[in-house]
Design a protein around this ligand. Structure first.
Ligand code: SAM
Length: 174
């Protein structure tokens, strides 16, 4: 389920270019994308990771320790929608990465956009969904199609879908 290696490099580069200091990840799994983002932010950066699974994230914790990133990354276990809603209602996030359950993408987007600093980046994985966006069948397929249409129509961001890995949307809060 982890992001592709070239996406990891791209996340690191984007976090560095953006000068991000405070980031939020939705969907952490075993830790690859979180390590990529935290590395890009450097030692001053702080990353909050949202995930449901104690088992997957136990592995992530071990990799964070091996990467020397344990102090920079905070894990919040539970449904990501609840974790995001509990965050301050102010523009404080420099970079966010969405890569969890596909039917939750719209909720995560709606919670994150108002909390992004102007100029902040929201990155979203799997927006091409292995090509299934062209012929949606399942609930997840339709969720990704609806999400992509929502992003396209959202006047609060400039956004572009980049065909790297399974498709990565890069959106900048205006
Ligand atoms: C595709 S994996 C994330 C991969 C990760 N970004 C990486 O590159 O290694 C999706 C993750 O989302 C988590 N997840 C699924 N539904 C969730 C929810 N409602 N709230 C929080 N996390 C959820 C799963 O436990 C899983 O670890």
């Amino acid at each position: 389920m982890q992001i592709a290696p070239e996406q990891a490099g791209f996340l690191t580069l984007l976090a560095r270019i953006a000068g991000a200091r405070y980031a939020v990840e939705v969907g952490t799994f075993t830790g690859l994308s979180s390590i990529a983002i935290a590395r890009g932010m450097g030692p001053q950066g702080r990353l909050v990771c949202c995930d449901l699974s104690e088992d997957f994230t136990a592995m992530a914790r071990r990799y964070w320790a091996r990467a020397g990133l344990s102090e920079q990354i905070e894990l919040r276990l539970g449904p990501a929608a609840d974790t995001l809603r509990a965050m301050p209602d102010e523009e404080h996030i420099d970079l966010a990465f969405i890569d969890a359950d596909k039917t939750g993408y719209t909720t995560y987007w709606n919670e994150l956009v108002p909390r992004m600093r102007p100029g902040g980046l929201i990155l979203v994985d799997n927006v091409l969904w292995h090509g299934r966006v062209l012929h949606p069948v399942s609930e997840d397929d339709h969720a990704i199609v609806a999400f992509n249409e929502q992003v396209l129509a959202d006047p609060r961001v400039d956004a572009l879908m980049i065909p790297i890995g399974d498709g990565l949307t890069v959106a900048r809060r205006k």
